[in-house]
Design a protein around this ligand. Structure first.
Ligand code: GLN
Length: 389
């Protein structure tokens, strides 16, 4: 039958998680924690349901939650935002991104993404009828090349999608990148989606660069966040978009017909949870740093080379030194590890329009210590076994 996305299959995350479950593999692929959430959050969800918060929430979000978010943004960026006009609760960050794209671009427009790009951006842009222009981040450190962006911009360009901390490369915007972006779009009607879902997971040596903290970008940007990531509960599917009122109005025109409203009890529970635990996000970076260090320490004796990770709860590894995998493309390498080592990983080529020749896999370390030890031990065994063979 006719397909609007003939080249799109099931996302690599779902494919890898399903195969990992079938094969009983250790799942270091799809990004989700395997440790429990704070029990208090669960209690608050139950309380909210018992108290009767079970009907449609207001379309833009539960005011209590919008206000709790505004309070945090005030503390972090000194923004006196009107939550009613600037903050929209969405079905995870994915919906925020999808609805914003549908609201801002259409036939005849171009939107720029940076490869490796999170896999939802390109299809969302094409479903909106716009052309998606892919610009590679510069290896080996996955940096933005603003001259290249300037050269790609024309009168049809309407949108640029940035992502920092970056999934899947684990890089973080440098000081100066946002200034460069602001300069590149200056004087043009170009909007920015800034996917900042890993905002709290930035490691020593880097700082989170938010469009909300940038005077030149804030007025034309939609910043996107995820409570699933920040609260270790990817299944709650509550995210939000922060944007100036005019952009928020447009975004909500789509949001109201896309997901309409987001699960009411979760919104109440999160609002109260943030009230009770105002410091909940401050320890996230050190919490994940310990896991990052554990995983890279465990892999150190192997032939997998661990690349520097500046942010996110992912880690790239280069397998070109691993005798059994060298020469394989990344999808074959990931399949080989899944089937022969019993470890699921995420190859990078699905995040590119034109995958370069490289040997990188993404591992998720938002996992219990036992999971990381078992995953690493399987990788080391495979490595030792196959380099002898
Ligand atoms: N964000 C998650 C990751 O990068 C995946 C979410 C999904 O499966 N769509 O692994």
């Amino acid at each position: 039958m006719r397909s609007k996305l003939p080249d799109v299959g099931t996302t690599i995350f779902s494919v890898m998680s399903r195969r990992a479950a079938e094969l009983g593999a250790i799942n270091l692929g799809q990004g989700f924690p395997d440790f429990p959430i704070d029990a208090r959050l669960g209690e608050l969800v139950a309380d909210a349901m018992r108290e009767g918060h079970n009907q449609y929430a207001p379309m833009p979000g539960v005011p209590l939650l919008q206000e709790a978010i505004a309070t945090r943004l005030e503390a972090r960026y000194g923004l006196g935002l009107d939550p009613q006009q600037s903050i929209t609760i969405t079905l995870g960050a994915t919906e925020a991104i999808f609805s914003t794209i549908q609201a801002l671009v259409g036939p005849g427009d171009e939107a720029i993404v940076f490869d490796p790009a999170y896999d939802s951006y390109d299809p969302a842009i094409r479903l909106a009828g716009a052309r998606c222009v892919h610009i590679p981040l510069e290896p080996p450190a996955f940096r933005y090349d603003w001259d290249r962006v300037r050269a790609a911009i024309n009168e049809r360009t309407r949108l640029i999608v940035i992502n920092s901390p970056h999934n899947p490369s684990c890089s973080v915007l440098r000081e100066g990148d946002l200034d460069a972006l602001a300069a590149v779009i200056d004087g043009r009607e170009i909007y920015v989606i800034s996917d900042e879902v890993y905002e709290h997971i930035v490691y020593p040596g880097s700082r989170h660069q938010s469009v909300l903290g940038h005077d030149g970008l804030r007025q034309r940007a939609v910043a996107v966040y995820s409570f699933g990531k920040a609260l270790h509960a990817t299944g709650i599917r509550v995210g939000y978009a922060v944007a100036p009122p005019a952009l928020t109005t447009e975004l909500r025109k789509v949001h109201q017909f896309n997901t309409f409203t987001i699960a009411t009890p979760f919104q109440h529970a999160i609002a109260r949870f943030l009230g009770e635990r105002p410091e909940v996000f401050t320890g996230l970076a050190s919490f994940f740093l310990a896991r990052r260090e554990l995983l890279s320490g465990l892999l150190a004796p192997s032939s997998f080379r661990v690349l520097p990770a500046e942010g996110t709860y992912f880690q790239l590894v280069d397998y070109s030194g691993c005798a059994a995998l060298a020469g394989l493309d990344d999808i074959s390498a990931a399949n080989c590890l899944l089937e022969e080592a019993g470890v699921a990983t995420i190859p990078l080529s699905p995040f590119y329009r034109q995958p370069p020749r490289h040997s990188l896999l993404r591992l998720c370390f938002a996992k219990r210590e036992e999971t990381l030890r078992e995953g690493a031990s399987r990788l080391l065994d495979f490595d030792a076994r196959r380099s002898r063979a």
